[in-house]
Design a protein around this ligand. Structure first.
Ligand code: SIN
Length: 293
């Protein structure tokens, strides 16, 4: 019997887990059951939590090795005492941002796919939220692959795309980067467009981020047209779950089979989240021989 209640949050993905206090030590069977629910629903939400930074780190460690945040535009960790925690916030103290991503929209993406071994998962814990706006959305990339029209499946068979490292999802340039004028020359990892999830073994569409993406070996215009078709398919509302935040929500998502984005919010309001992530491995392709046309 599952030691908590699991309630789906949307048809495509997402489930609420109730009856677990994440600040307390958790028994191995509870962690196993969370893992199982996570593989099934891809995004899990725990409401009404009260977590210190060490408790957030301890909960994250149950699912793998901590992965420090990627470089932010300011060049140093936001929390000197806990460099494994990323702060997502528009708040400024003495004129300096206390966190990343500001108050604008964060476009659809998966995290840090510009490196060869992107994080397998991320956890986001809400400390302060604006009265409205700042909602976050996830999209299910298993479903995106399963429902992709056969001609598009064929066109991406065996292909890889460049995952540009230059900009974050809020459009800010990462420290040390230069503007990219030709996506074919963008710095960043080359990943398969269809991957095999290492745990569930299911195929998933793997898009990363649209800006400066390029399908290796294609004519640039053809690559852009194909990427536009893939992105508009993958982000259709029926594949998504929308999170309207409350203080004390903790959301954990699988970064290998989901995309996420965030709405903009009022710059005069304050939003603050603490975020951890879990180390991943090399991204493996879904082999051509496995392709279903
Ligand atoms: C993120 O892209 O990790 C941040 C999402 C959010 O601010 O809700």
């Amino acid at each position: 019997m599952t030691p908590f209640t699991v309630t789906p949050l949307a048809d495509a993905l997402g489930a609420e887990i109730s009856g677990v206090d994440l600040s307390a030590p958790l028994a191995p069977d509870v962690i196993d059951a969370i893992r199982h629910a996570w593989d099934t629903h891809l995004v899990l939400r725990f409401r009404g939590q009260t977590l210190s930074d060490p408790q957030l780190l301890a909960f994250t460690r149950h699912f793998g090795e901590l992965d420090p945040p990627g470089p932010n535009p300011y060049g140093k960790p936001f929390l000197a005492e806990f460099p494994e925690i990323n702060v997502i916030s528009n708040i400024k103290k003495d004129g300096m941002p206390v966190g990343n991503l500001g108050d604008g929209e964060a476009v659809w993406h998966c995290d840090m796919t510009y490196i060869d071994t992107p994080p397998r998962a991320a956890l986001l814990y809400s400390l302060r939220i604006p009265p409205s706006g700042g909602d976050t959305y996830w999209s299910n990339m298993y479903l995106a692959w399963d429902t992709l029209p056969g001609d598009l499946k064929k066109q991406i068979d065996g292909k890889r795309a460049i995952h540009d490292a230059t900009y974050n999802s809020a459009g800010m340039m990462r420290k040390g980067m230069k503007e990219v004028t030709d996506p074919r020359e963008a710095p960043g990892a080359h990943h398969p467009l269809v991957i095999r999830h290492p745990d569930t073994r299911r195929p998933a569409l793997y898009l990363g981020r649209r800006r400066n993406s390029y399908i290796v070996g294609m004519d640039l215009d053809e690559s852009n047209a194909l990427l536009d078709a893939l992105w508009s398919h993958a982000t259709q509302p029926q594949f998504t779950f929308r999170q309207v935040w409350r203080v004390g929500d903790l959301i954990m998502w699988d970064n290998r089979c989901t995309l996420h984005r965030r709405d903009a919010f009022d710059p005069n309001a304050s939003r603050e989240m603490h975020r951890t992530q879990i180390k991943g491995g090399i991204v493996t392709p879904y082999e051509t021989a496995d392709m279903v046309s």
